[in-house]
Ligand binder design. Structure first.
Ligand SMILES: [Zn+2]
Length: 373
């Protein structure tokens, strides 16, 4: 969006109020947790109902809060509720710490990027401009036409200070002609996707690698200029931080672009897709290369699922267990996982031999109940 300095100031003021609401929710939630620990016989809840009541009460009491629109403040309470519910669910499921969604934390002025959601009664579109509750008018640079009236809009600012609006519209399916073909997809590090079709393999685009050198440079600059505790960051530090964010953003965009183009080709040429249900863990101890590969896989998988839904194709998500150990032809399982250095899968039962990743891609098809071509 093109945001005038007036609108920018209004948005940031709205964000200050929303942050206050969020932080009140955090404080309330922590108080409830502490109370419930101390008085297990008198459990209190911290769901959307008491939090909404808290907002109503606070808006009546504090004129500054009331100056802001109520829609984004209410939506923020819903966001908080969802975020808290997810954390509670993970705690109850006794997930290991590193896999848990943490309890919602304070949003600090310095590092919480503004994000607001407006439901239908909080915004309207007129002459290509976005009017938000509270008299904020924004000029939208449309990436494409809206297919129908949006039910909500999310307005947010990225780490570079640019503002965006994302509109929610009903998904439309645009069916493609049937092809009679199916495809299996295996994810990996050197090849982001290996498929049962030689024309649809996707090598790992080295977007991250090319950016890594520049990232390292800016990160060195940042660590040299890191402000001490309680000290304001220097202009040099802020600039290095901005450049780092810029590089990250560029890499993400390139990944998304590559992923979408590949997904489009896969979906256009096949009626059904069997794909490994890969879930990256982003563990702290994994290498930069592994992290980059995982990020590329996540992005590509998302692009594939979205593209398939958009064009009415069937997707089978296949559990990744043992997909590298099974023979796609006879179903025999090797006793031990193949070492990563072993690039060829040779079946001791039926004697078939093919590249390891191609075998896995074929296993996806078999597991999904699709017949390899
Ligand atoms: Zn076999």
């Amino acid at each position: 969006m093109r945001v005038s300095s007036t609108a920018n100031a209004l948005l940031l003021a709205e964000w200050d109020r929303c942050r206050w609401v969020w932080n009140e929710c955090v404080a309330r939630s922590r108080a409830v947790c502490a109370h419930n620990r101390a008085h297990p016989e008198d459990k209190q809840t911290c769901g959307p109902v008491p939090l909404s009541a808290m907002l109503t009460e606070a808006r009546a009491r504090i004129p500054w809060l009331r100056e802001g629109a109520s829609v984004p403040q209410q939506q923020l309470i819903r966001d908080f509720g969802r975020s808290r519910a997810k954390a509670m669910k993970d705690i109850q499921a006794r997930l290991p710490m590193q896999h848990r969604a943490g309890m919602p934390k304070w949003k600090k002025k310095r590092d919480a990027a503004p994000t607001f959601e407006y439901t239908r009664r909080g915004f309207r579109l007129k002459d290509g401009r976005l009017h938000l509750a509270g008299g904020i008018v924004l000029r939208v640079v449309w990436s494409r036409d809206l297919p129908s009236a949006p039910s909500s809009v999310r307005v947010y600012q990225d780490s570079l200070g640019h503002w965006y609006a994302g509109f929610v519209v009903p998904a439309q399916t645009r069916p493609l002609p049937e092809t009679g073909a199916v495809i299996g997809v295996d994810w990996g590090v050197t090849e982001t996707a290996t498929t049962t079709s030689d024309a649809h393999d996707l090598p790992h685009a080295q977007h991250g690698k090319n950016a890594a050198q520049r990232l390292a440079k800016y990160q060195r600059m940042m660590s040299r200029r890191k402000p001490g505790r309680g000290q304001a960051a220097s202009a040099g530090y802020r600039e290095a931080k901005r450049q780092t964010a810029k590089v990250h953003k560029k890499v993400a965009r390139q990944r998304q672009d590559t992923g979408r183009k590949w997904a489009k080709a896969v979906v256009r040429d096949h009626d059904a897709v069997a794909v490994e249900d890969f879930r990256p863990k982003f563990l702290a101890k994994s290498t930069m290369a592994r992290k980059a590969a995982d990020a590329a896989i996540s992005m590509t998988k998302t692009a594939l699922l979205e593209m398939a839904r958009k064009h009415g194709r069937t997707v089978h998500l296949v559990h990744p267990a043992h997909t590298t150990m099974d023979c796609a032809d006879c179903g025999a399982r090797t006793k031990h996982a193949l070492p990563l250095s072993e690039r060829t899968y040779t079946c001791t039962a039926c004697g078939v031999s093919r590249p390891r990743d191609k075998n896995s891609a074929r296993v996806m098809l078999v597991r999904a109940g699709l017949r390899p071509g």
